[in-house]
Design a binder for this molecule. Structure first.
Ligand SMILES: Cc1cc2nc3c(=O)[nH]c(=O)nc-3n(C[C@H](O)[C@H](O)[C@H](O)COP(=O)(O)OP(=O)(O)OC[C@H]3O[C@@H](n4cnc5c(N)ncnc54)[C@H](O)[C@@H]3O)c2cc1C
Length: 481
């Protein structure tokens, strides 16, 4: 087993002993694969990458984290697989920060990249640590029909209007004042209500949609202000937005829930605020709970910058005193067992089928509108999918860039994220933010002003515990538009 010890100024690598003259064997190693949200995201990523190079950060590109090593409440490192060779490496670290993003790929229609499979959350969950507020998942109202590619809010910001099959500007009925500029959760619910009540447009694949009409803005404004959006509509749907309305439907977009942390990005061991020494999380995979149950537009990139910086500073302080902790020889066993059981399995289940079944059912039964019956059904489906996931077979038995193997590992991560989401949604008997229960349509501050903490338990049924919401400056009140 390859073991890498992360030490200030160098890497001790049992396989490739550090060449002191090699400028790259220094400072903080990072595992990554490329992804960014939009133009702002591009600039942020570029700046981050250039500064990492400047600070001689070592990148372990195409390394896929498979396990988190937490023993006796202390984080000692991570286990990762080199996708190029399927080789397992244990990274012994004084501190670990997860910035592994969200899990939109648990739903059929999503704006998230393929890497959005909730890996960091699942690793923390399987390490016996909680996930917080997973019932709050944001659906952005305007994703391209069938594909989920995001049609940014800028389209409505510039004056785009949502219309149903009768050409009616239906948001006037749901939010008479702000109309199409109502919050994302409200517009998404309005679109699904229009479709459910038969005012959606019947799509060729049997799924319905509504229109986002930009035609009244004129070609000049559209091409100048909304080039990316119109490009997507032309390329992926063959629709000319200057002359025709764009078919759209709500798309799974952002996880408000995730790995609970305090404001220094230290991961919480439990709802009492105790931390896991040496473990940090930031970005969409984390839940420091600055977005509550419903993130406002543009606040995620802000969250990344603010808490990325706070996390970095907290780790720098921590490292002044921190030391390496011995890691047991069996640290990589769980990863190795999961990978060899998948590779050697002579099962009958195709990973892609299980994934599609999960995504289709999560979209229908735990999406924008939820109720007890649907969530109960989803719990049964999850148990069935978990059982069948143990019976998958890989067509590709190779070790080099085996993306089918990655797909199988991601399936387990998706099932964990889905489970924590569905059980948390099943238990929360009210509607709040992005979590809407048709059987409990009202928010209930007297019983539900609390955060959900979901812990994985032996029988694959999470245990839920709660932490009261701390009210500081602003008394919570119902939103009216
Ligand atoms: C299309 C789109 C548009 C958006 N627009 C905006 C906007 O305008 N404003 C705004 O505020 N927010 C926006 N958001 C939300 C915001 O972009 C995301 O919340 C944010 O990018 C998340 O950043 P992150 O660093 O937490 O995770 P990500 O950017 O998702 O990065 C996670 C990284 O972790 C890596 N990773 C995952 N699992 C593993 C593993 N097992 N091993 C190794 N590496 C792993 C991934 O490959 C990826 O590189 C948008 C989101 C989308 C999808």
């Amino acid at each position: 087993m390859r073991k890498v010890r992360l030490r200030k100024g160098s890497l001790e690598d049992t396989q490739n002993p550090a060449d002191k003259n090699d400028p790259y064997t220094k400072r903080v190693p990072v595992m990554r694969s490329c992804y960014s949200a939009d133009r702002t995201g591009h600039v942020m990523l570029q700046t981050l990458f250039e500064n990492s190079l400047k600070n001689q950060v070592t990148f372990f590109s195409e390394y896929f984290a498979t396990d988190l090593i937490v023993e006796d409440g202390i984080c000692k490192g991570v286990v990762a697989m080199d996708i190029a060779t399927s080789e397992i490496t244990v990274f012994q670290a004084k501190a670990v920060l997860f910035a592994t993003g969200g899990y939109g790929r648990v739903f059929r229609i999503t704006s998230n990249a393929h890497a959005g499979t909730g890996d960091g959350m699942a690793l923390v969950y399987r390490a016996g640590l909680p996930l917080e507020d997973m019932e709050f998942f944001q659906f952005h109202p305007t994703g391209l029909w069938k594909l989920g590619i995001l049609v940014s809010e800028a389209a409505r910001g510039e004056g785009g209007i949502l219309k149903n099959k009768d050409g009616e500007r239906f948001m006037e009925r749901y939010a008479p004042t702000v109309k199409d500029l109502a919050p994302r959760d409200m517009v998404s619910r309005a679109i699904i209500t229009e479709i459910r009540e038969g005012r959606g447009v019947k799509g060729s694949d049997g799924t319905d949609y509504v229109y986002l009409d930009l035609t009244h803005l004129g070609k000049e404004v559209i091409d100048e202000k909304l080039p990316e959006i119109t490009g997507f509509a032309r390329t992926y749907l063959g629709v000319e937005p200057t002359t025709d309305p764009i078919p759209i439907q709500p798309t799974a977009h952002y996880a408000m829930g995730g790995i609970p942390t305090n404001v220094n990005c230290e991961v919480l061991k439990n709802e009492n605020g105790e931390i896991v020494k040496g473990l940090y999380a930031a970005g969409e995979c984390a839940c420091v709970s600055v977005h509550g149950g419903n993130r406002l537009g543009t606040n995620s990139l802000l969250d990344l910058v603010v808490f990325g910086r706070r996390g970095g500073k907290a780790i720098a302080d921590f490292l002044k005193e921190a030391k390496h902790h011995e890691i047991s020889e069996s640290a990589a066993d769980r990863s190795r067992e999961i990978i060899s059981s998948i590779m050697d399995n002579q099962g009958t289940e195709k990973i892609s089928n299980l994934r599609t079944e999960l995504q289709n059912n999560m979209m229908e039964l735990c999406g924008i509108f939820r109720n007890e019956e649907d969530l109960r059904k989803m719990i049964d489906i999850l148990e069935d999918l978990r059982r069948r996931a143990k019976n998958v077979f890989l067509q590709d038995k190779g070790k080099v860039f085996n993306t089918e193997l990655i797909g199988a590992l991601e399936l387990h991560n998706l099932l964990d994220s889905a489970e924590a989401t569905v059980y948390s949604a099943y238990a929360r008997l009210e509607s709040r933010g992005a979590h809407t229960r048709e059987d409990f349509p009202i928010r209930d501050d007297s019983n539900w002003m609390k955060h959900t903490f979901a812990y994985l338990r032996e029988n694959d049924r999470p245990e839920l515990r709660y932490k009261p919401v701390v009210i500081t400056n602003y008394q919570p009140m119902e939103r009216k538009y």
